[in-house]
Design a protein around this ligand. Structure first.
Ligand SMILES: O=C(O)c1cc(-c2cccc(F)c2)nc2ccccc12
Ligand SMILES: [Mg+2]
Length: 273
């Protein structure tokens, strides 16, 4: 597999199949690499779009970071290439698709399914943080499901090596912790906050600080206005975990390795992830 990293790919190396989805900068297709018959997801991005949105540097960073990460719960980026008009990312194909569609279909997940997902995300984030990478954009839209039902973190578009931490605001605010919404310095604990938001959304079907207006969401985040609805019924153990993650003071948030020892995770997460 090492030689694949240096190989110069071209589109003629692939049989391109049906579109899997469309993003802001282009489409993702299922494809088969001709020599190996390996099935991949080919993300095709238009250079013109990338230039217009001034995200070339972000894309190069995403590629640089994701291509070096190897973890069962992180979507592999096998390589990239580009031609006159497009940049192509050769990505792992996640057979069961996008998590947010699964969440919309189920409305919310069982405690066992939610805990299994949260534990696997925690292990992936421990791995990333060990390499001084913070993702900063953990939300359902950036999670995919593999052939065995395992979760894969995708889209490292907002990830950084923790030496530079600036981020311009865009997209939903729902998952941002107070320090990012107030755009002060932040560190790996931002991913712990987002994982807490995700855990809540897995169990209730909506993120905790959702509001009609951005200004209301902003206020609810900075005040950590955390409320648990009476329905669906959720264990107090789950609420305890969420309450230890959604803490305004970032240094007081439950550490990821402590999360894996929390009773709710120990009693509900499927060890295979
Ligand atoms: O024409 C180029 O040299 C080019 C290369 C890359 C690029 C190079 C490596 C990794 C990566 F993800 C993207 N991105 C672009 C985006 C817009 C316009 C041109 C380019
Ligand atoms: Mg994304």
């Amino acid at each position: 597999q090492k030689e694949a990293a240096q190989k110069r790919w071209t589109i003629s190396d692939f049989d391109v199949g049906k579109p899997l989805g469309r993003g802001k900068f282009g489409h993702v297709y299922i494809a088969r690499e001709k020599r190996s018959n390996h099935i991949v997801a080919l993300k095709v991005l238009f250079k013109s779009q990338l230039q217009q949105s001034q995200v070339e540097h972000q894309l190069r960073r995403e590629v640089e970071i994701q291509s070096h990460l190897r973890h069962p719960n992180i979507l592999r980026l096998y390589g990239y290439f580009y031609d006159q008009k497009r940049v192509y990312l050769i990505l792992e194909y996640a057979a069961r698709g996008e998590l947010y569609k699964e969440l919309q279909k189920c409305k919310y997940f069982s405690e066992r399914r939610a805990a299994t997902y949260v534990a696997s995300l925690a292990r992936a984030l421990i791995y990333c943080h060990g390499k001084h990478v913070i993702h900063r954009d953990i939300k359902p839209e950036n999670l995919l499901i593999g052939a065995q039902g395992e979760l894969k973190i995708a889209d490292f578009g907002w990830s950084v090596h923790t030496f530079n931490r600036r981020r311009t605001m865009c997209g939903t605010l729902d998952y941002l912790p107070p320090e990012m919404v107030e755009s002060v310095e932040h560190d790996a604990s931002v991913d712990i906050w987002s994982l807490g938001i995700l855990c809540y959304e897995f169990l209730y079907g909506v993120p905790p600080f959702e509001a009609k207006e951005h200004s209301d969401t902003y206020r609810r985040i900075v005040q950590v206005d955390l409320k648990f609805p009476p329905k669906p019924i959720v264990s107090s153990s789950a609420k305890d975990l969420i309450s230890q993650m959604l803490v305004k003071e970032s240094t007081q948030r439950l550490a990821l390795h402590k999360l894996l020892e929390h009773p709710w995770i120990v009693q509900n997460a499927d060890p295979s992830g």
